[in-house]
Design a protein. Structure first.
Length: 148
């Protein structure tokens, strides 16, 4: 296990500029060195993950934060593609969405999401959720990307 990994790359798949900005600010306040790559729709996310233009130089992220309600290709489709691909399925995916619909939660887990979180609308609670993600996923958990 490589415990000296200095930068963790997170792919944020989110179409709301306000939520993108909040997530960026929350990770800046964190204790880990995080590179937050942002894509605004599902098609762009797939292009990123498959190193298609303009993402040819990107390596796989260590963690994916995924909104479900995205333009062009929704988050459920992105999740299904990621978890059905041998080269991507080990990347932990956290759904971070406003949907608390039972069918979205169950479908996400049926598609092998690693964690499902409701996106709070309150600023302080949103920061708290991002801090908890950092505390668990970036500090406590051993990510597959940490294994040589």
């Amino acid at each position: 296990m490589n415990e000296t990994q200095s930068t963790i790359t997170i792919l944020l798949i989110e179409d709301n500029p306000g939520d993108v900005r909040l997530t960026q600010e929350a990770f800046k306040e964190g204790r880990k060195n995080v590179t937050l790559d942002v894509v605004m729709d599902g098609v762009e996310a797939i292009n990123y993950l498959y190193n298609k233009a303009p993402y040819q130089e990107k390596k796989n992220p260590d963690l994916i934060l995924l909104d479900l309600n995205l333009p062009k290709m929704d988050g459920r489709e992105v999740l299904e593609k990621v978890k059905s691909d041998d080269n991507l399925r080990r990347i932990p995916v956290i759904v971070l969405t406003t949907s608390d619909a039972d069918q979205d939660i169950l479908k996400s887990y049926n598609l092998h999401v690693n964690c499902y979180l409701n996106k709070p609308v309150d600023f302080d609670k949103f920061f708290d959720i991002i801090q908890k993600i950092e505390d668990f996923w970036l500090t406590t958990a051993i990510l597959p990307s940490m294994i040589p």
